[in-house]
Write a protein that binds this ligand. Structure first.
Ligand code: COA
Length: 259
């Protein structure tokens, strides 16, 4: 598939999606958003892809936000449509049955922070910086930032970051639980790949149900506990369950197929 603004590579089952507009700090214009959607479609549909990483090209930015040059002239309708399109793509990432992890290699601002937050979890390099600076532009986050930031760091700190537009360092993001690990720039992709390889050695069926169950917690009106026991039951019908339990009892490594 030919993309203009992203690079993709299937590295032994890990699909690496690199936002590639380094001269614009990988800002998300409409074309880039569309290409991210197409790349995530591949993660859903391509059986050779078991997991994905989203990262940014160059050493300076993961994604420095939505492309501000496309904002002028936007009105109520076009603005809310833009936000809806972005939100839907980020829901697609969040609900993907295969793990998608953000490797944040620099600025993750506005839509960049929101993109990272839509991933299942995040790693950051030491030079990464996170923030939601939309109030500087007379805006609010539109790609889920007001919702996911609270989920990840709690209401008080989320209010502070959303209202002040302050950037935080990778170390502060680690303390707040926004990222799981901070590495050197060189170690960022290897560490992310190492974690994904560990996850890929587990039952793909069970991993997809973990993603569903955890996401259910955040859907208002859903009984996540009930959903969990139904999904636990669904796991019991799988080849992966037979293989996992047999391998334990036979003292060997399980060979999961996701069936
Ligand atoms: N949209 C469009 N272009 C962007 C951008 C964005 N969100 N962020 C950076 N760029 C562009 C700059 O306009 C500049 O382009 P130019 O060389 O053609 O003028 C290029 O990327 C480099 O950015 P620059 O501002 O020169 O780098 P810097 O190191 O001085 O500052 C930032 C880095 C991230 C602090 C600064 O670019 C910034 O504040 N960006 C906007 C962040 C933002 O508000 N994001 C939320 C948008 S809703």
């Amino acid at each position: 598939m030919a993309f203009q603004n992203i690079l993709t590579e299937n590295r032994e089952g890990i699909f690496i999606i690199t936002i590639n507009r380094p001269d614009k700090l990988n800002a998300l214009n409409a074309q880039t958003l569309h290409e991210i959607k197409e790349a995530v479609d591949c993660v859903y549909d391509d059986s050779t892809i078991k997991a994905a990483i989203i990262t940014g090209s160059g050493s300076k930015a993961f994604v420095a936000g939505a492309d501000i040059s496309g904002f002028q002239g936007m009105d109520k309708e076009s603005g809310s449509n833009l936000a809806k399109v972005g939100q839907n793509i980020f829901f697609q990432i969040e609900n993907c049955p295969k793990p998608i992890v953000a490797a944040v290699n620099g600025f993750a601002l506005g839509g960049g922070c929101e993109l990272a937050m839509a991933c299942h979890f995040r790693l950051a390099s030491e030079n990464a910086k996170f923030g939601q600076p939309e109030v500087n532009l007379g805006l609010i986050p539109g790609y889920g930032g007001t919702q996911r930031l609270i989920q990840l760091i709690g209401k008080g700190k989320a209010f502070e970051l959303l209202m002040t537009a302050d950037m935080i360092s990778a170390q502060e993001a680690l303390q707040l639980g926004l990222v799981n690990y901070v590495t050197t720039s060189d170690d960022l992709l290897p560490k992310t790949i190492e974690l994904l390889k560990k996850i890929m050695s587990k039952s793909p069926f069970a991993i997809s149900r973990i993603i569903d169950c955890v996401n259910k917690y955040f859907e208002p009106g859903n009984d996540g506990f009930r959903f969990e026991y139904d999904e636990f039951g669904a796991c019991c019908e799988t080849e992966d369950f037979k293989e996992g339990t047999a391998a334990f009892l036979e003292k060997r490594k399980a060979n999961f197929t996701g069936k």
